[in-house]
Design a protein around this ligand. Structure first.
Ligand SMILES: O=C(O)c1cccc(C(=O)CC[C@H]2O[C@@H](n3cnc4c(=O)[nH]cnc43)[C@H](O)[C@@H]2O)c1
Length: 230
């Protein structure tokens, strides 16, 4: 289901697709957009990089075939923070697939070093800068994982392997792959619900993270709507 911030005819060429994993995140983003124009659609595409890629690609293709292609895609939702506390807002300057590769006796080797594909997508620097300035978000790498980190050892390994990582989540790289296939720029905005580390689901502050997501999109909406890919 697509939630439009407001019904109406588009008067500008900017069209933004925000892809969340679950409906609770979609609705939190949409609440923040209630004062925005009709250029931003929010869709829940499912949990994990594969669902995110398929759902985002479908939405991009439908819009293109309808003659109203999206000009920007944003992966959004809650996530695990490496050091940032619950409720903090994070924006990716790199969207990295943390576990796309091969284990070898010498350690993990990313697919790029095996001669395949991509492991990192880089959002436009001007967009990252402007959203960070508007929302107070911390800028850094957001990792995409297929398995939520559940031990201190794994958290330390990821932090060592990705020194710029501020968060992990499960969809950004899939959303970014779909956007890249359509030639559309991508961004990722996360709010922290839990610490990356030993599993303690009872300690997740989902309400705080969803409230922060609403607030962040309320502030970011004018930036998203006016940003131009130059
Ligand atoms: O139970 C709820 O009410 C609820 C509301 C909103 C979202 C959820 C989720 O469980 C969303 C799963 C989603 O969250 C991301 N996430 C959050 N923390 C982490 C983490 O530490 N490591 C990886 N991913 C995380 C992830 O993108 C999931 O898709 C529940």
């Amino acid at each position: 289901m697509v939630v439009q911030a407001r019904e109406g005819l588009l008067t500008d060429t900017a069209r933004i697709l925000v892809a969340t994993a679950v409906p609770a995140e979609r609705d939190a983003v949409a609440r923040g957009l209630h004062d925005s124009g009709p250029a931003i659609d929010v869709v829940a595409v499912g949990v994990g990089p594969a669902a995110a890629a398929a759902g985002t690609a479908t939405a991009l293709t439908k819009a293109a075939l309808a003659g109203h292609p999206y000009t920007l895609v944003v992966s959004a939702g809650i996530g695990g923070g490496f050091t940032a506390p619950p409720g903090a807002v994070l924006i990716a300057d790199a969207i990295t697939a943390a576990d796309l590769g091969a284990e070898t006796p010498e350690g993990f080797v990313p697919v790029t070093e095996l001669g395949f594909g991509t492991v990192t997508h880089r959002p436009p620097a001007s967009l990252v800068r402007d959203i960070a300035a508007r929302t107070g978000a911390t800028v850094g790498t957001v990792l995409t994982v297929s398995t939520v980190t559940g031990t201190a050892d794994r958290a330390a390994l990821l932090a060592q392997r990705h020194p710029g990582a501020v968060a992990e989540a499960m969809e950004g790289f899939g959303v970014a792959e779909a956007a890249a296939a359509h030639g559309v720029p991508v961004a990722e905005i996360r709010t922290v619900s839990n610490a990356v580390g030993p599993r303690d689901r009872a300690a997740w502050r989902i309400g705080d993270a969803l409230a922060a997501l609403t607030d962040a999109f309320g502030k970011a909406a004018p930036v998203l709507e006016s940003w131009k890919n130059t």
